[in-house]
Design a protein around this ligand. Sequence first.
Ligand SMILES: C[S@@+](CC[C@H](N)C(=O)[O-])C[C@H]1O[C@@H](n2cnc3c(N)ncnc32)[C@H](O)[C@@H]1O
Length: 198
Amino acid sequence: MLIHSDACERNKAPILGVLATALAGCRRVLEIGSGTGQHAVYFAAHLPHLQWLPSELRENLPPLAERIRLEGGANLHAPIALDVREVPWPVAAVDAVVSANTLHIMDWPAVEAFFAGVGAVLAPSGVLCVYGPFRYGGEFTSASNAEFDRTLRARDPASGIRDFEALARLAAAQGLVFDADHAMPAHNRTLVWRRPSG
Ligand SMILES: C[S@@+](CC[C@H](N)C(=O)[O-])C[C@H]1O[C@@H](n2cnc3c(N)ncnc32)[C@H](O)[C@@H]1O
């Protein structure tokens, strides 16, 4: 049976609104932590100029692969097994990396590996888009995000909502230039970085 995320159904249209502009000049897009595949199916269908490459941890691949087999169009590739901690990532260079709701799930070494991996696979002029909740200046942006963070840490003390400034340092270390911070519904953000043209 396909797994389903209500959150994906709520956030996919607002995220698409950002991606449509941010990825306008891109062709090959790698998605990290594709989850249920609802985002991949929706984004690939609405952005037909892209080749969409979904990925997941090996143990979470089967339901993702099933959704893509059933619902995917011609520009949506079969998902690959990709754990950000395992280098090198099994993909050739891409024009963009997109990831939603993953950095607060990964532990900090995995977040560091995420940015190192992005740095390794992103082509010149490439784009990184990261969606989720973030903290700024050490503060949550809402009481609901603070509560969400407590829930995450109770389940896994190594997880938790990440500080924008710490992510910005990791991105800068990969030579990425901060481009935009889009406010999204439900106190989420979409952060965009770009690799200079060379
Ligand atoms: C909260 S889910 C988000 C799924 C989907 N992107 C969404 O927005 O619904 C977090 C995802 O991150 C993936 N993930 C966790 N650790 C990972 C890692 N080390 N490498 C790649 N993906 C990872 C999980 O398998 C999971 O699918």
